[in-house]
Design a protein around this ligand. Sequence first.
Ligand SMILES: NC(=O)c1ccc[n+]([C@@H]2O[C@H](COP(=O)([O-])OP(=O)(O)OC[C@H]3O[C@@H](n4cnc5c(N)ncnc54)[C@H](O)[C@@H]3O)[C@@H](O)[C@H]2O)c1
Length: 197
Amino acid sequence: MTGVGAALNLGAIARGDSVMVVGCGAVGLSAVQGARLAGASVIIAVDLDPAKLALARRLGATHGINASSDDAVAAGKRETCGRGVDVVIESAGSAAAFRTTTGAVRPGGQVIWLGKIDVNKDVAFRWGSLMQEKRIRRVSYGNARPRRDFPLLARAYLDGSLMLDELISRRITLDEINDGFGALKRGEAIRSVITFD
Ligand SMILES: NC(=O)c1ccc[n+]([C@@H]2O[C@H](COP(=O)([O-])OP(=O)(O)OC[C@H]3O[C@@H](n4cnc5c(N)ncnc54)[C@H](O)[C@@H]3O)[C@@H](O)[C@H]2O)c1
C-alpha cells in the first residue's frame, strides 16, 4: 500500500512522466509498480544491490542504477535529456537516499519521502538542491483509503498488473519469525510470509 499509494495517490504521475525510485525493497518495488500502473514512461530504479535492481526491472523499471558505483543524480539527468526527473520517490530510509531525491528531481518536480531513519538524527542537504520550486512531502502508508484502495490492489493482483508473488522471498512458520526478521535486516529477503497450517 505504501509504495503503490505513493505513486497512485500522491505522486500525481501523468502518462509519459519520468519517475525515480530510490531503494528497492518491498516498498520501493511496489512504488516501481505504482509508477508503471500510472503510465510513467521512464522508471529509474536505484539500489545498492544488483539483485534488487534485476527484480525492479522485472516489475516495470526501465533503468536500474547501482548507487554504490553510479551517480544516481547524473543518471536521472541523463535519462531525462538533462531536465531532471518529474517524480522521485525515496524508499530506502537513508540520509544518502534523501539527498539523492532532491538532487535528481527537476525544477518544479515532486519528491515523496517514505523511508524512516532514527527520529533524533539530522539529515543535511546542499541548499541549492532544495531550490527551484521543488515540492517535497513525507508520507505514511501511501495516503491509503483502505475501502477504496484495497479492492483496487486486489483487482490489480488478480488481473496480473500488480505482481505480488515476486515480492515473497520465502514462506515460513510462526516459529521461524525471528529468522524472517533476520533475513529482512540482512537484506536477504524482500518479504517472508508466515503460513498457518
Ligand atoms: N512511510 C511509510 O508509511 C512506510 C511504510 C513502510 C516502510 N517504510 C520505510 O520505508 C523504507 C523501505 O522499507 P522496506 O521494507 O522496503 O525496506 P528494505 O530494507 O527492504 O529496503 C530498503 C532498500 O533500500 C536500499 N538502499 C539503502 N540505502 C540506499 C541508498 N543510499 N541508495 C539506494 N538504495 C539504498 C537497500 O539496499 C534496500 O534494498 C524503510 O525506511 C521503512 O522503514 C515507510
